[in-house]
Design a protein around this ligand. Structure first.
Ligand code: AMP
Length: 281
């Protein structure tokens, strides 16, 4: 596996691979890799000639009071795991390499961002869209791999690719979980031991809601108030949001039908966790 830190070198290397007829699978990450990331890398390995992984903690997608400076990092471990999972190239630029000056041409995501993380993290998806537009132009992938743990991100990237005719195919991977159901996340290391135990209720309440819907519940309000109570009674975390929308449009629904998402964010002392479930009925 080759580690590349320069934008120009990465772009030239990928162009060369493309010219020689190789298909490129791309997995963008912010590092501190876990089994979720590795599942994306392994799928890219199975489906492409060349696998490129990026590690870049993108300052543009963090708000002023968010965890940019404390976001966990471990380059040595990450590069070993990426290589073992089948990466050929690891692209890890410095922020100054990606943004030598403030962007003069900004991307604004107008749809699917007035809810969930888009509402509680203003500007977050503009930052995600901007960095992905850059990364897609640098890596020039045929396929790009994203996790459904960030389902709103997938809904936004889908629009970005369509609106700007980016020649990349989006591939999604189901959320990878710990054995007790907690969604794997780089931020889980910041949970205190009691919070780690309590955090199980996030996925549990999503599963209970799913079961209720499969058994005939159709009222979004009832599902959400049930979940709110379950989480409040079983964790010390503060609920940022629990919401239910159509998916991928992310529009409110009066009655549960078609494909819907239930998504939540809960703030613990040093980590804000998200999780979701998508149900088609
Ligand atoms: P991040 O490093 O958090 O930006 O994540 C990089 C990619 O890995 C994104 O596409 C995430 O959705 C995906 N990802 C993160 N956690 C998981 C997980 N537990 N299961 C599946 N994919 C994940």
């Amino acid at each position: 596996m080759k580690v590349i830190r320069s934008v120009k070198e990465m772009q030239n290397t990928m162009l060369e691979q493309k010219r020689s007829g190789k298909s490129i699978g791309f997995v963008p990450t912010m590092g501190y890799l876990h089994e979720g990331h590795l599942t994306l890398i392994k799928q890219a390995r199975r489906e492409n000639d060349i696998v490129a992984v990026s590690i870049f903690v993108n300052p543009l997608q963090f708000g002023a009071n968010e965890d940019l400076s404390t976001y966990p990092r471990n380059f040595e471990r990450d590069s070993q795991l990426a290589e073992e999972s089948g990466a050929d190239y690891l692209f890890c630029p410095e922020a100054s390499e990606m943004y030598p000056r403030p962007l003069a041409v900004k991307v604004t995501v107008e749809d699917r961002t007035d809810v969930l993380c888009g509402r509680s993290r203003p500007g977050h998806f503009d930052g995600v869209a901007a960095v992905l537009l850059k990364l897609f132009n640098i890596v020039i992938p045929n396929f790009a791999y994203f996790g459904m743990k960030d389902a709103q991100q997938v809904a936004v990237i889908d629009m970005l690719i369509t609106d700007y005719n980016i020649p990349v195919t989006l591939k999604t991977v189901e959320t990878v979980r710990e054995s007790d159901g907690l969604a794997k996340s780089s931020r889980n290391v910041y949970l205190q031991p009691n919070e780690r135990e309590e955090a199980v209720i996030l996925n549990k309440s999503l599963n209970e809601a799913r079961e209720g819907i499969i058994n005939g519940e159709r009222d979004p309000e009832k599902v959400l108030s049930f979940m709110k109570e379950r989480i409040e009674q079983n964790s010390s975390g503060t609920i940022d949001y629990i919401e239910l929308y159509s998916y991928p449009e992310l529009k409110p629904v009066k009655e549960i039908k078609g494909t819907i998402i239930i998504a939540l964010a809960v703030k613990f002392t040093k980590a804000r966790l998200i999780d979701n479930t998508i149900i088609s009925i």
